[in-house]
Ligand binder design. Sequence first.
Ligand code: AGP
Length: 619
Amino acid sequence: MCGIVGYVGNRPAQDIILGGLRKLEYRGYDSAGMSLLEDGEIQTVRAVGNLDHLEAELESRAGGTATATLVRPATIGIGHTRWATHGRVSVQNAHPLAADESRIHVVVNGIVSNYMELRTQLLQSGCVFATETDAEVIAHLIATNYSDDLADAVIQTLDRLDGYFAFVAMALEEPHVLVGARRECPLVVGRGEEESFLASALPAFLAHTNRIQYIENGEIVVLRAGSVEIRDAAGAPREREIETIEWDEETAEKGGYETFMLKEIHEQTDALAETIADRTASGHSVDLSDSEVFDEDILRGVERVTFIGCGTAYHAGLLGRAAIEAWARLHVEVDVASEYRYRSPILGPGDLVVGISQSGETADTLAAMRLARERGARVIALTNTMGSQATRDSDAVLLTRAGLEVGVAATKTFTAQVAAVFMLALRLAELRETLPAERIAELVAQLRHMPELVEELLERVGPAVEEAAEWCWQAPFFLYIGRQEGVAVALEGALKLKEIAYVSTDAYASGEMKHGPIALLDEQTPVVAVATASPVLSRVVDNIETVQARGAKVIAITTEGDATVAPHVATAIPVPATDPMFQPLLATIPLQLLAYSVARRRGLNVDQPRNLAKTVTVE
Ligand code: AGP
């Protein structure tokens, strides 16, 4: 995701900010920029692409000499790496963003979920917007609230913002001050000798100091070279201890987690919040208008939806089918892209084909999308990567906002895809009037609540997963079972175990067991059952009993409060209760962690499993 670096001190801010941004490259970005304040002027440089482009731009502004710089003497500035979510990848949309004739500059991470409403109000009051971003409203609000105290203006601005974000602001009139604020997205302060750093992650300044202060949710921070004040949302001062941390740079890049995959599993809360928040900001309906898609008449006229994708993305499509069939009462097809591309599908203008691909570059998915388009379907790219080939080979884009995923095994991008297909299903149901408005509002409210439930689950699920891993990790084969939406979860859990733990797995609709797979079962076979709340839970319990009768031990993903499954299984791992359709989002997480734990116990490199590539650009 995006990266923030702010510096105020006694050394050239440009070099420190550029160095800091380089340390945040692992987070992924598509454009970058910085603003430096010196001699009553703020200068900004922005560039699309990697930091070499930004550096080249800095050099060209300084007359083309490699050593000269834009405003080298400047000792205060802010920098940013942007991972596009709202607005194209362009110089214009890159941060820092400015307002009030360049007197106020900000860099922002995350999403302002009520930006549409704020933008309309600000436009009415005469503000001129220069970008397509949600974040620009922050610059204009600060400018509107500013008289002579940047911290006050930030406090007033925070009051108006909904969403998940962190930002740092700089004002021309206060050349020695940076003010940061955070809601959910991280911000951390570094304390040097007569210099202060502010960044979205520690690696940005670890080369300069390891004395840090964490900014808590809802706080603001006022940085000067020799002082740091932390305040609550009302402006009252807060004490914060300075901690000395001993992480090396690699540990810092992983946010203190032992692997990228574990970090990314824990980032699912943010990935979901960013994917869902502003699109459900009304609290009762889904707004996909940020995604260029979705002319209402076109969506209303859809007669059939087809999901295509590979691997994990295909599993998200299975859940899309369940939700669209149930809520929007449309025909839905799902296929793996490598098969679909060689079929002869019958398609026409009433067909909506959704190509799901986190990378947006998977060769088979792109080929299948092209085929669908040639045959007259409208094609949506559901992707995590703005500007990827899929976004260019489609009629519309529905973006997940999970940020860069480094681990080869898809985790946070999967749950973000699932959230996106649920939103598409709800939007179709709304337009087709296949659900009462109250029911849609209830489902939207639950969807908005998912990030919190995921966080709660991640906080407490560890011991149950470890209990299961402890007894099953050496088994040579695992069978995963489920019914209905639980089949997609079983397939995804089994894929995770295969790819990172190199354990042979099979995943089945559990009603099919008696038609063959049951022959595989013996005392040595762990069976992982997705047994969360659903209209077919009693059938799943029957299947679990059948398994038990063959001597196999069961790990079941259950729903909190259920008493029907636990008596039949060796380890029950409960997830919070929700509408049955949302259970897969939660049930997947313990299975990611189970695969992870088995792989680690086997001593494997989970981030880069053998034979696999993160992006499969060949057939
Ligand atoms: C998931 O863990 C896998 N690494 C893989 O199945 C992946 O989902 C698949 O290759 C599709 O990638 P995409 O989403 O980038 O198109």
